[in-house]
Design a protein. Structure first.
Lengths: 219, 246
């Protein structure tokens, strides 16, 4: 039953593919990359009106050929009682590949979020570079974020790192901006837009504009 | 312009200012000197409304209004500017975007229309030239990766953009070599008008060679214990604060 809902795709040798998932609930994708292929995935959770949205997303990427490149960008701006749960699984089965993941969540009100990132570099995947960064900002005491980065490395000649932080907005930056005539609300917006910029700036111009407008409406 | 009466302020329950009095009129430059821990930075934090500080007694009247009732951003829009001792880095927010927002929020407070893009850029060019601010810096994120001197120059640039009536320079000389110090001081002097006033907080006499004060105050143990002319700074430089113990 469950397996039937998984979307399978394979990127053939040298293929380039960009995928954008905006507010997809119950997404479950398994993507296999053959040699020299390039995959860029955006997973975005931001809805102004669907205040009780619950998003579940799974993305499984396997690099099965040499010299693949995988980029995953995710962001969530949650409000009211929204929930977003994201699982990424990136397996480097063959060497010479590169993967980066940047995942950023902002949680307000009574929202809940989770991120689990399974990053695996298998014994045959020498000279792999793999990075994963998860940053979260909580805007409310009732918001909750669970983050579980998992890095498993079975090859010895690799560069890999992962990091996860969950915190509040930088109070010293907010005060600095207030001292420059900027209201606390506007300062918060500027800081959050800056926070998401690393993810948004990798979208097409048209999509960037659309996402920025949505962020503005939510904030 | 500014009248501070019997000001008591504390942080985390510890009283730092213990009955400070200070009156500043238009056109005046006041230097505040004193040993570490005397309350110099607390004074600038209280004037700008830093949320970590609590005023327990006394009042501050700024241009006829009760300053203590205003939020930090309203104080700034009313004309109080702090050049921070440690300017904050704001990754992802460019100096241009930051300043456009700041200038327009101030204009809105004054009942003026936002500046047109061309007028804003013209203002930027004019003020950059005035304080010797590098073009490259204004396109970067606020203070991110700036050297100590560049951060301080950015503070003075922002001051030029916002045209405050009262500017507080909190240890603006710290971390500056003599050339950077002179450029920053020239910027401050260029912005001086008969309608503006400054509070210069410093440990060292050398900044006062460039920004010449009308009054020098010694702040110790939460109060102003001595006031004199600019010669007092020289005396402090020579003899230190030993007189405080007598």
């Amino acid at each position: 039953m469950l397996n039937s809902s998984i979307q399978h795709i394979t990127l053939s040798i040298g293929e380039k593919r960009e995928l954008v998932f905006l507010n997809e609930s119950d997404m479950d994708w398994h993507i296999v990359q053959e040699a020299d292929s390039f995959l860029r995935v955006h997973i975005l959770f931001l809805s102004e009106n669907d205040v009780t949205a619950q998003w579940q997303s799974k993305l499984f990427v396997e690099q099965n050929g040499a010299n693949c490149r995988t980029e995953i960008y995710a962001m969530g701006l949650l409000h009211d009682t929204q929930q977003a749960h994201l699982l990424t699984r990136v397996y480097h089965n063959i060497g010479g590949g590169y993967s980066s993941q940047i995942l950023k969540f902002v949680l307000n009100d009574q929202t809940k979020g989770s991120f689990r990132g399974e990053l695996k570099i298998l014994p045959n995947a020498q000279q792999t570079e793999a990075y994963q960064t998860n940053r979260n900002i909580l805007l409310s005491r009732q918001a909750d974020m669970l983050t579980e980065p998992q890095l498993e490395i079975y090859a010895d000649d690799v560069k890999a790192s992962h990091g996860a932080t969950t915190g509040q907005l930088d109070e010293s930056a907010l005060f600095y901006m207030q001292q420059r005539c900027i209201s606390r609300d506007t300062a918060t917006k500027l800081l959050l837009e800056a926070f998401f910029n690393e993810v948004i700036s990798t979208l097409s111009d048209e999509q960037q504009e659309q996402i920025r407008e949505t962020i503005h409406r939510i904030l | 312009m500014l009248e501070i009466k019997n000001l008591h302020a504390s942080i985390a329950g510890k009283e730092i200012l213990k009955g400070l009095n200070l009156t500043i009129n238009e056109g005046e430059v006041h230097a505040i000197m004193g040993p570490n821990g005397a309350g110099k930075s607390t004074l600038s934090n209280v004037l700008t409304g830093h949320p970590a500080y609590t005023v327990t007694e006394g009042e501050i009247i700024f241009r006829g209004k009760n300053l203590l009732e205003m939020t930090p951003e309203v104080r700034a829009r009313e004309g109080i500017f702090l050049s921070f001792q440690y300017p904050v880095e704001i990754p992802g927010v460019s100096v241009v975007n930051f300043m456009r927002t700041a200038v327009n929020e101030k204009r809105q407070h004054e009942g003026k229309e936002p500046l047109k893009a061309t007028d804003f850029l013209k203002l930027m060019r004019e003020k950059k030239a005035l304080v010797g601010m590098d073009n490259k810096l204004t396109n970067r994120s606020v203070n991110e990766g700036f050297s100590g001197g560049e951060k301080k120059r950015n503070e003075i640039f922002q001051m030029a953009m916002l045209e405050p009536c009262l500017s507080i320079l909190d240890e603006t000389d710290s971390g500056l070599d003599i050339d950077a110090l002179r450029i920053v001081a020239e910027g401050v002097n260029a912005l001086k008008t008969p309608k503006t006033a400054s509070i210069v907080i410093t440990h060292y006499q050398r900044l006062l060679d460039y920004i010449v004060p009308d009054f020098v105050h010694v702040l110790a143990n939460g109060k102003i214990v001595r006031t004199g002319g600019k010669e007092l700074a020289l005396e402090l430089e020579a003899n230190g604060y030993a007189f405080l113990n007598n």
